[in-house]
Design a protein around this ligand. Sequence first.
Ligand SMILES: Cc1cc2nc3c(=O)[nH]c(=O)nc-3n(C[C@H](O)[C@H](O)[C@H](O)COP(=O)(O)OP(=O)(O)OC[C@H]3O[C@@H](n4cnc5c(N)ncnc54)[C@H](O)[C@@H]3O)c2cc1C
Length: 526
Amino acid sequence: MLPLTALFPPSPARRALLISLLASGCSGDAPALQGGWVGTHPERGHRLRGEPPRADGPFRKASVVIVGGGIAGLACARALTRRGMDDIALLDLEDAVGGNSRGHTLGGAPCPLGAHYLPVPGDQAREVSELLHDLGVARSHLGRTEWAERHLCHSPQERLFIDGAWQEGLLPPAETPALRAQYRRFAALVAEAQRDAGFAMPTRRAPWTAAHQALDSQNFAAWLDRAGLTDERLRWYLDYCCRDDFGASAAGVSAWAGLHYFASRHGFHAPGDDTAEREPVLTWPQGNGWLSERIAEPLRQRIHHGRSVLRVSEGKHGIELLTWDETAAAPERWQAQAVVMATPVFISARLLATPPDALRQAAARLSYAPWLTANLLLREPLLHRPGMPPAWDSVRYGTTALGYVDARHQSLDPGPKPPLLTAYFALPAAQRGELLRQSWQHWAKFVTDELAQTHPDLPAKLERIDLCRFGHAMSIPAPGVRGSDALAALNAAAGRIVYAHADLAGYSVFEEAYTAGALAAARLRL
Ligand SMILES: Cc1cc2nc3c(=O)[nH]c(=O)nc-3n(C[C@H](O)[C@H](O)[C@H](O)COP(=O)(O)OP(=O)(O)OC[C@H]3O[C@@H](n4cnc5c(N)ncnc54)[C@H](O)[C@@H]3O)c2cc1C
């Protein structure tokens, strides 16, 4: 694919002029920036804070009700219908299912709202592999798995803006002997953890031993300090990885989580390590929305969106649910023989009239990172800066932002199109209130200020920014979370009420959510 900027290469003189105009704050006669909040309705989730309405309205029944239509809820519905269980209803408060893995459309083109990639699953992610085979993303050939080329992330994949230039890959270059030595030492410690303790994706497929418990009881930053891994560049990279997968820095997650990030997949490879294989990644223009749309498609008769569940209680004739129909602006009642709570743990604890102790304890232990994502439609391509050409994923060294992906990277449409970028920000919990209260304009400026650091010409070329806020985007695997008895009890709960959400792993990725949903179906007892 042609790099986007190569479509309209600016002359050096024009580039210098544009940069100086931007630096002086003059953006010419560009029309006003368009955009707004999209994707989530915080006021719907916040209905749980008020007094529930009187149990009234239409009465509906299903053998199984699944509360929450994220990846876990969808996986559970899929597993139940494949087992011949047809009388199910899946309720979600948003206007589309998929939860954090939904797509959006901007300028007529698909882009992600949240999750945007899935590393090619290993042997332990059996349920995910089975799904990908079914969707035609993978096929078995002569005893090997082959991946459909069009779904594998095209090259060039990643670049880092560091020391005034773009370089290939996200790992800061190992320019000093000291940094090279630290990279090698960290790689050796990850390999040792893989070999001696054992890690898996999903995490439930690895043993949980005293060694894991010890790693889970300390924070990753302190563990790195003790190992003498203090180089600023290595630490920035590890912080970036933790923020990207866990929504918190190395100081906020356990050493188990920090190691699991690498050890559950292909390890950590120091620069220059010839055995290093680039981990193949599956991605789509609308991100993992591609997957949630395809899982949802055969279930559409059973999906009810715009249904905010307010209360789940055990009644004489089954489990009763009070919901709010967002379209009708009226209450609705449901009755089921069994219920799957596929909502974040803190929400499940509020929904159940009598939450079990394990649910209460898990909810008290888990904390959540707020996230902001931004889809930016540009009028024209960005200017070149030195180094690597545009790649799928671009990150700036030194920032706490998570960079941006090119939403057109996987597009097979050959015509020139205006750029469409998706930028990611995991925010500290202290900014959750601000994320809710501050205007779209405030956050649009926050996003453009960050991206202008690597692309000074971006603000003048922006046509529209659609922002999506996730107040409680993902649970943080802080020390003590993954190994808690409360999470273990929720994972084992069987009966008429079971739990299914990525939170059950203590952190959130597709493999955890999907496996939690598929396995919850097997623990339901009608
Ligand atoms: C910005 C962002 C980027 C991410 N990027 C990636 C990525 O690239 N790759 C990856 O693997 N993972 C990524 N993740 C993690 C992602 O969360 C998981 O992959 C997965 O989508 C989680 O699914 P889930 O079903 O466990 O949870 P959720 O997505 O949280 O689903 C819960 C569902 O419950 C619904 N709900 C909540 N309350 C109620 C209620 N009261 N009534 C009815 N419905 C309710 C919600 O609307 C939602 O649909 C990302 C997450 C975020 C936020």
